[in-house]
Design a protein around this ligand. Structure first.
Ligand code: NAD
Ligand code: IPM
Ligand code: MN
Length: 331
């Protein structure tokens, strides 16, 4: 799928599991189920420790990201498998900012790798596009941009106040300069700069133009949802928040989906593909490939949840995949 920078590639790994809120609590156990099966079949040791950080704990105890959590994750775990955060009872989304953005920033997970990969041609809303036409690695800058909360107000407190805290004139000067410098070093890679509005248009008009898209935090957030839709929707989109060589965090692109939470119908494939990225990060190549192939098989055999036109429950898809993937690893 991608060349993800590695953690260590050893035979054993420790994974922190943070299911979070809503469907995060439903899809993450399915990804863990698949990982457990894969580890057993591949004779690898995976140890999981689950953390109950999310809206319930925040509302109950006022604790979002507990003190010492960042150091603990950094020192004691190879990777983090994350679900989603967001709960209607916390309109400010403060706990999500503290936990998710807190971990991205404090673990310095500056690469957000969000592959857009069409796994079955019927899944794209684009006309006449095949699998090989939609294969893009979106690389989102993950620790800076508008997310860091710096900037000023324009005409605050006056009738002309504008609700926009950044000055776009200066926003991307550094990006442009560094891009022009770095591209000189890689003359064999065809590269060009596009403005975000043009990119949004071009990625829909002809996604074959792009193998890799590198963009800033906010644009990457938007483009990765757009990309997800070109490849079957949010239920299928995986991502990795990575600092090469350090403890990194893997999560599906989707959120907590309060509109379907608790019904047992959330699509676990985004989370399972995310677990596959985690395996790639550990350099467990055969296992990562087995997970990816298992998801493709589910798509080809229509063993799917309702968002993709199937009638299966979240747990049924997870059970089926765990069994298939494990079988495929046994010689
Ligand atoms: P969402 O991704 O939760 O849902 C958008 C739409 O996609 C909904 O119709 C939902 O039902 C559907 N969907 C998403 N994942 C699905 C899956 N696995 N299977 C089937 N359908 C799926 O986005 P939203 O509704 O804008 O946000 C809901 C909450 O999640 C908000 O609080 C938001 O802040 C939060 N959020 C969190 C993350 C994250 O934790 N990384 C990402 C995005 C949104
Ligand atoms: C994502 C989400 C987050 C983001 C939110 C929940 C803070 O949309 O991971 O794509 O904006 O990065
Ligand atoms: Mn998003």
């Amino acid at each position: 799928m991608a060349n993800i920078p590695l953690r260590n590639g050893g035979p054993a790994a420790r994974i922190a599991v943070i299911p979070g809120d809503g469907i995060g609590k439903e899809v993450t156990p399915e990804a863990v189920k698949v990982l457990r099966a894969v580890a057993a079949a591949g004779k690898r040791a995976l140890e999981f420790v689950e953390f109950d950080w999310g809206a319930d704990k925040y509302l109950r105890e006022g604790v979002s990201l507990p003190a010492g959590a960042v150091e603990m994750l950094r020192d004691e775990f190879d990777a983090i498998l994350f679900g989603a955060l967001g709960d209607p009872r916390v309109p400010s989304n403060q706990h999500a900012a503290d936990i998710l953005l807190g971990l991205r920033f404090k673990l310095d997970l500056y690469v957000n790798a969000r592959p857009v990969e069409l796994l079955h041609e019927r899944l794209t809303p684009l006309r006449d596009r095949k699998e090989q036409d939609v294969r893009i690695m979106v690389v989102r800058e993950n620790t800076e941009g508008l997310y860091v909360g710096i900037g000023g107000f324009f005409k605050k407190g006056t009738a002309d106040e504008i609700d926009k805290s950044n000055a776009m004139t200066f926003a991307h000067d550094l990006w442009q300069r560094v891009f022009q410098e770095v591209r000189q070093e890689y003359a064999d890679i065809e590269s060009r700069h596009l403005y975000i509005d043009t990119l949004a248009m071009e990625i829909v008009r002809d996604p074959r133009q792009f193998d890799v898209i590198v963009t800033c935090n906010l644009f990457g957030d938007i483009i990765s949802d757009l990309g997800a839709q070109l490849a079957g929707g949010l239920g299928l989109a995986p991502s990795g928040n990575i600092h090469p060589g350090r403890t990194s965090l893997f999560e599906p692109v989707h959120g907590s989906a309060p509109n379907i939470a608790g019904k047992g119908i959330a699509n676990p494939l985004g989370s399972v593909l995310t677990a596959g990225m985690l395996l790639e990060f550990l350099d467990w190549k055969a296992e990562a490939t087995a997970v990816h192939s298992g998801v493709k098989e589910a798509l080809f055999k229509n063993y799917l949840t309702p968002d993709l036109g199937g009638a299966k429950k979240t747990t049924e898809v997870g059970d089926w995949l765990a069994e298939r993937v494990a079988k495929s690893l046994v010689p």
